[in-house]
Design a protein around this ligand. Structure first.
Ligand SMILES: [Fe+2]
Ligand SMILES: [Fe+2]
Length: 151
C-alpha cells in the first residue's frame, strides 16, 4: 500500500538529491585556498552518496508504479549553495551544506511519517537509510564549521 503523499515526497526528494549533486560537485570544483581541501574532498564523497540516494528513491518510485521525473519538472531551490563569487569563501559553502542537509533531514522525516501512515514499510526503510546518511553529512559539516577560522 502507498499514498499520493508518499509518491509526492519521493519525487520531491529525488529532485532535491539531484540538485544537491549538482551544487556539491560544482563547489568541490571551484573552491580555492588552504582551508578548502578537506571540504572539497568531503563534497566529492558526498556527491556519490547523494546520487545513490536519488537512485534509491527513483527505484522505489518505479516499484510503486510511478516514474521518477525528468529535468523539465526541475525547479532550483538551493540558493545558498550557489558557488561563491569569492572562491576562497569556504564558510558560505559550509553554511549552504548545513542548510541543505537540514532540509533533507526534514524531508526524510516527513517521508518516514507518511510511509508509516500508509503502511508502506519498504519506503520507511528507504527513508531511514537515507536519513542516517544525511545526519552523518550534517555532523561532518558541523565539525568543519566549528574548526573554521571566524573572521
Ligand atoms: Fe541525500
Ligand atoms: Fe546529504
Amino acid at each position: 500500500m502507498t499514498t499520493d503523499e508518499v509518491t509526492d515526497l519521493l519525487t520531491e526528494a529525488y529532485i532535491d538529491e539531484l540538485e544537491t549533486v549538482m551544487n556539491y560537485l560544482t563547489n568541490a570544483i571551484v573552491l580555492d585556498g588552504v582551508h578548502a581541501e578537506e571540504v572539497k574532498e568531503s563534497l566529492e564523497t558526498d556527491v556519490d552518496e547523494e546520487l545513490e540516494h536519488a537512485r534509491l528513491l527513483g527505484n522505489r518510485l518505479k516499484q510503486l508504479d510511478h516514474s521518477p521525473p525528468g529535468s523539465e519538472s526541475f525547479e532550483a531551490r538551493q540558493s545558498s549553495l550557489q558557488p561563491p563569487e569569492d572562491t576562497t569563501d569556504v564558510q558560505s559553502v559550509i553554511d549552504g551544506v548545513l542548510e541543505a542537509e537540514e532540509e533533507a533531514m526534514e524531508t526524510y522525516r516527513s517521508l518516514l511519517e507518511a510511509a508509516e501512515e500508509a503502511n508502506d514499510p519498504v519506503t520507511e526503510d528507504v527513508a531511514v537509510t537515507i536519513l542516517a546518511d544525511e545526519e552523518a553529512h550534517h555532523t561532518e559539516f558541523r565539525g568543519f564549521k566549528k574548526e573554521f577560522p571566524q573572521d
